[in-house]
Design a protein around this ligand. Structure first.
Ligand SMILES: NC(=O)c1ccc[n+]([C@@H]2O[C@H](COP(=O)([O-])OP(=O)(O)OC[C@H]3O[C@@H](n4cnc5c(N)ncnc54)[C@H](O)[C@@H]3O)[C@@H](O)[C@H]2O)c1
Length: 710
């Protein structure tokens, strides 16, 4: 028997089911169909004593096809397939390599024995997508390793290695050589030893692994590890049921819970972000004939905070990079910071000393522009000054080889104006990294009206090589992320002048799900950073005397944030905690008095609404203006770059879940309270709220219209 995806071969008395479903052997309808056929074929044959199940390519089944989650439930089909596998009257061995996650591991649990080659990894990460293992994993795994360890694995949601799998008890042995022959050999040994089938379903769960104390500990852990979320708690319900329910009933209970989990906003949001991140590189309207230019080396101008981080990204991607600064002192300081960053990784066991040396050797410092002449991409990261950047781009235009991509890391300046300093504006693009550049996954790719589509593609390829999530934006002040940040941060600062404490504001935002309250973020980034940006852009200010005045007042009092131990909070050297600081509160109070800002009480709901509604509102403007080409791109910017909770799907997905009318009514409510200056709702929001529509359906209609006009 042979299908394109699943092949059955007989090697002596061993039947070998081999699956080849590139790129990563996801289990989808076609692979399930092939497996059913292979099992039927095996049942019809005589003389087979054992079965080996293996995959070709880079990995064993990597998992179930996530694209199927939104379709009709597949649990019954999985149950049937895995039952047929488990009920074969001869030993069935899963031979694993690569990374077997979720459904990929669950199919192995339905086999009688599991072996793996060195380097293989296994996990049940479903809760990170808001779901639970739904192909028998919550019932089979506890029959192998107990309830507690199963839930430890599920809550950790991280893959474990072969040694851990053996120690936990769900892997029988590590095999050597290639996975196919190792698995066949293991199966032969079973036959030789007279070992029979060993159905997981027929084992019982050790009740000592599911005591009330254990379940309580895991429940508390789930609540603190996954606040505002249900999936981990649902997984606890499903797995602990394995200790009391007969296997078949347990499977039905798992199905009920799994389908409930799939229907939650949590899971829809997480799956939305998963696909949104995967799809940011598909840029609508980019001509197919625009081909990326090869990138084998880079150059970075400015060895400061960002330039150093960007150089590390290149070295980590095994790309040689030349780092230029204007003085020997600045260059040496930059290289020393890079060295210290790697040292701390070595110290934490994240890198070997040899790797550090290899990566440092890829970074070459220079003061001489001619050494940038061969680089394929040049990224400028000097001080935020248009004159300076234009001067540097003029020089880069003189030295860079034809076809090199010239990029700026500016956060606020007009990329079109920077490009105009060169004779090749078509090669100029914004590459807006986030700090620390070697850690943060987001990369805003800013195209001007003249940027060559091939340069955009090159930037997208570079992002992939540097392991960044790129989002393409058009030129505007603040691009996508910082432009949306304006209203969000403005309201947070305004509220501390209205009498809310920094802790109250940050706590409300964090309890809602933001990774870090915005005032604590300012303390971390340095209060002078925001002050400098606002000073440089004072001509864009709305006529609001309270605008960002909390930052200015703290800054004037010498409070720079964490770096000098005082900002919105006070910091002490011994710990990393934020302490309330009466001095800061006093400064804020006096500023409010001077500015005549009425005082009010702020509920957590008001804090969240006042920060989020302007954020969403600006996102809708950005979408309608075409600065972002998709709502999902905006969601990715905020999830990958600003700590927006993925389980809420990003600002625009979230807006649809609470209803655009709710957002619009909120904008009106605060407009009545605080006046129209900052509370003008976006035309798109007005329109869709009035129609009772969603962004999702608006976008779908727009895509259909665009498709029709092509
Ligand atoms: N720091 C952030 O969080 C952040 C985030 C995103 C983007 N950015 C942007 O990145 C750029 C750099 O910011 P930073 O925080 O790394 O600044 P920084 O002050 O840490 O570093 C700037 C570096 O540029 C060097 N430099 C100055 N003039 C130069 C010249 N003529 N030739 C060569 N080198 C010169 C300086 O010596 C310094 O090493 C800015 O445009 C900033 O807006 C910063």
């Amino acid at each position: 028997m042979s299908s394109r995806i699943v092949t059955l071969a007989v090697d002596g008395e061993i039947a070998v089911i081999s699956v080849n479903n590139p790129p990563v052997n996801t289990i989808n309808a076609a692979s399930r169909q092939g497996l059913f056929a292979a099992l039927a074929d095996i049942r019809s044959r005589a003389g087979i004593s054992a079965v080996a199940l293996v995959c070709e390519g880079s990995t064993f089944f990597s998992g179930a096809d996530i694209g199927e989650f939104s379709g009709p439930p597949k649990e019954a089909e999985y149950r049937d397939l895995f039952r047929q596998l488990e009920q074969l009257p001869i030993p069935v061995v899963a031979g694993m390599h690569g990374v077997a996650m979720g459904g990929g591991l669950e199919i192995a649990l339905a086999c009688h024995y599991r072996v793996a080659v060195a380097g293989a990894r296994f996990g049940l990460p479903e809760v990170t997508l808001g779901i639970i293992p739904g192909a028998g994993g919550t019932q089979r795994m506890p029959r192998l390793i107990g309830v507690e360890k199963t839930l430890d694995l599920i809550l950790a949601a991280r893959p474990v290695d072969v040694a851990t799998g053996i120690a936990l008890g769900f892997i029988d042995a590590e095999i050597s050589g290639d996975v196919r022959s190792g698995t066949i050999e293991f199966a032969r040994a079973l036959v030789r030893d007279g070992a029979g089938p060993r159905p997981t379903a027929e084992r019982s769960v050790d009740p000592k692994t599911a005591t009330p104390a254990i379940i309580e500990r895991l429940t508390q852990q789930a609540k603190s590890q996954y606040p505002n979320r249900q999936a981990a708690l649902t997984a606890i319900k499903a797995v602990s049921a394995s200790a009391t329910l007969p296997f078949e009933q347990g499977l039905l209970y798992e199905e009920e819970l799994a389908n409930g989990a799939k229907a939650t906003i949590e899971s829809k949001a997480l799956i939305h972000v998963f696909f949104a991140e995967r799809d940011t590189r598909k840029v609508p309207g980019l001509p197919a004939e625009a081909k990326a230019r090869p990138i084998a080396s880079g150059g970075v101008v400015g060895a400061g905070t960002m330039g150093g981080g960007i150089a590390i990204c290149f070295a980590n991607a095994n790309l040689p990079v030349t780092l230029l600064d204007s003085t020997q002192e600045a260059l040496e300081r930059g290289l020393a910071v890079i060295g210290a960053t790697y040292d701390s990784m070595v110290k934490r066991g994240r890198l070997t000393a040899a790797d550090k040396d290899r990566r440092m050797a890829l970074i070459r410092g220079t003061l001489d522009y001619s050494e940038l002449a061969q680089a394929d991409v040049l990224i400028e990261a000097v001080f935020e000054s248009l004159d300076l950047k234009r001067k540097i781009f003029k020089t880069l235009d003189e030295v860079a080889r034809p076809g090199a991509v010239l990029a700026t890391n500016t956060s606020t300046l007009d990329v079109t104006e920077i490009a105009a300093a060169t004779r090749r504006p078509q090669d100029v693009i914004g590459l807006h990294f986030f700090s620390p550049a070697n850690v943060m996954p987001l990369l805003e790719v800013v195209r001007t009206d003249r940027t060559d589509p091939a340069v955009i593609r090159t930037a997208l390829d570079l992002a992939k090589a540097l392991r960044k999530t790129p989002v393409v934006a058009r030129v505007c002040y603040g691009f996508i992320g910082n432009r949306m940040m304006e209203g969000y941060a403005r309201e947070a600062q305004r509220m501390v002048l209205e009498g809310a404490t920094p802790r109250q504001v940050d706590h409300a935002l964090e309890a809602w799900g933001m990774a870090m309250g915005i005032l604590a973020v300012f303390d971390m980034a340095g209060i002078e950073v925001g002050v400098n940006v606002h000073r440089a852009n004072a001509d864009r200010y709305p006529p609001d005397p309270a605008y960002y005045q909390a930052d200015f007042a703290l800054h004037a009092a010498g409070r720079l944030g964490q770096k000098n131990g005082k900002g919105y909070y006070r910091y002490v050297a011994q710990d990393r905690a934020r302490h309330d600081d009466p001095e800061a509160l006093d400064i804020l109070r006096r500023t409010a008095q001077r500015l005549n800002i009425p005082q009010r009480n702020h509920s957590p709901e008001e804090i969240v609404e006042r920060c989020l509604y302007p954020l969403i509102n600006e996102g809708m403007r950005i979408l309608e203006e075409g600065v972002a080409s998709r709502a999902a791109d905006i969601d990715v910017v905020w999830c990958a770059g600003y700590g927006f909770p993925r389980y809420r799907g990003g600002p625009l997905f979230y807006a649809d879940t609470i209803g655009l009318k709710t957002v619009r009514d909120g904008m009106l409510k605060y407009r009545d309270l605080f006046g129209p200056m900052h509370w003008q709702s976006a035309p798109l929001l007005d329109r869709l709220a009035a129609e009772g529509s969603t962004l999702e359906s608006w976008e779908a209609a727009r895509n259909r219209a665009q498709g029709a006009s092509k």
